[in-house]
Design a protein around this ligand. Structure first.
Ligand code: SF4
Length: 357
């Protein structure tokens, strides 16, 4: 039997029950979810689903990330609500692929862990099951393990196994609808240059990879959450007489409105603006403080600083990691007026940390 899998929380308990109900069946877990945005989230959900399959002794296959084909399939349905027609197409897309995969493997049964999710309609899934039976000749096994306390047992199982819990269904359109209250929707931001930002999907992916290493080494651990102040730079534009100035803006730089400033005081590669607590730092000073060899700003974008390194610079210049003064890296200082426009957000956030025993 091919069990299409959507995420570890839905797959874990579902597969456990499926194995109990079908003890003689060889079950293959098929993670096919090109609907998931962004790709790093797809990899993260796949990583944790694979881990659960391995715990249950179930073969795991990660399907292709056919993102563009999925986008084409749901075209015109972008604004549909959850459980609406976009979701029907989305289920069709995944379950048809699962049915094709079953045919390829010579199997004649297909099911899906989507049946476990309280956010998904059983009726919709069963209707799609009838279509794939007609089209591909494979039976759709519409088990309902949510009944009789199943949902509660599923949550307990997910907690016991410290599974990764996403907070949106998966697609880019669902994120808008499901996270509209959030100040920053991280899944819609890709930092430039590529840097692993706090509480980003990339950080979570690396966190769960580390957790897997601990498990493989037999080290006991507990995942707990901590609150912290997060930051995202949305725009940083510096011009002089309307000509752009190549620069790099450090983490935690905050400016409430655009400013026209000049460098009033400078010492040892650090310049202080005449207003708005803006600090400039020469690239040569970055090299000196961090033992780097950047020749120009372009190289910082090509070989980005680590976040910790940016905080070290901030601490060395302002005596605290938590100052919010804009710190801007330039190649050289000039006797000109700089027009500075920074759009950034500081907001309370939380992230998971590992406690090892
Ligand atoms: S909300 Fe979920 S089920 Fe609906 S289209 Fe998006 S990913 Fe698919």
């Amino acid at each position: 039997m091919i069990a299409h899998l959507c995420c570890s929380v839905d797959a874990g308990y579902f597969l456990k029950r499926l194995k109990e109900e079908y003890p003689n069946e060889k079950i293959i877990g098929f993670f096919y979810d090109p609907n998931i945005h962004p790709y790093s989230e797809f990899k993260l959900r796949s990583l944790d689903t694979k881990r659960i399959c391995e715990k249950l002794g179930i073969e795991y296959v990660e399907g292709d990330y056919n993102y563009e084909a999925w986008l084409k399939a749901v075209k015109g349905k972008e604004n549909e609500p959850e459980k609406g027609s976009r979701c029907s197409v989305c289920f069709d897309f995944s379950l048809e692929e699962a049915a094709r995969f079953a045919k390829e493997k010579g199997d004649n049964k297909v099911t899906t862990s989507l049946l476990m999710s309280p956010m998904k309609s059983h009726e919709q899934l069963e209707a799609i099951g009838k279509v794939i039976k007609r089209k591909y000749g494979v039976d759709f096994i519409a088990v309902d393990y949510r009944k009789k306390g199943g949902t509660q047992a599923q949550q307990e199982y997910a907690k016991q196994n410290q599974m990764y819990r996403q907070d949106y269904c998966g697609c880019i359109y669902g994120i808008w609808q499901q996270k509209s209250e959030q100040e920053i929707i991280d899944e819609l931001i890709s930092p430039f240059p590529f840097q692993i930002l706090p509480a980003s999907i990339e950080e979570k992916l690396s966190f769960y990879e580390n957790r897997l290493k601990l498990e493989n080494e037999g080290i006991n651990y507990k995942i707990v959450k901590e609150n912290f102040l997060n930051y995202r730079l949305l725009k940083s534009l510096i011009t002089s007489k309307k000509k752009p100035i190549f620069h790099y803006t450090l983490f935690y730089s905050l400016l409430d409105r655009p400013q026209r400033v000049r460098i009033e005081t400078q010492k040892d590669g650090i310049g202080y603006a005449n207003r708005a607590q803006i600090i400039f730092i020469k690239i040569s000073k970055i090299n000196e403080l961090l033992n780097k060899t950047y020749k120009n700003i372009k190289e910082i974008y090509q070989k980005p600083l680590k976040l910790d390194e940016e905080l070290i610079i901030r601490e060395k210049i302002t005596n605290t990691k938590y100052s919010l003064s804009p710190i801007i890296v330039l190649e050289e200082f000039e006797e000109i007026r700089y027009d500075i426009d920074i759009d950034a957000k500081i907001y309370p956030d939380n992230k998971e940390i590992l406690i090892k025993f």
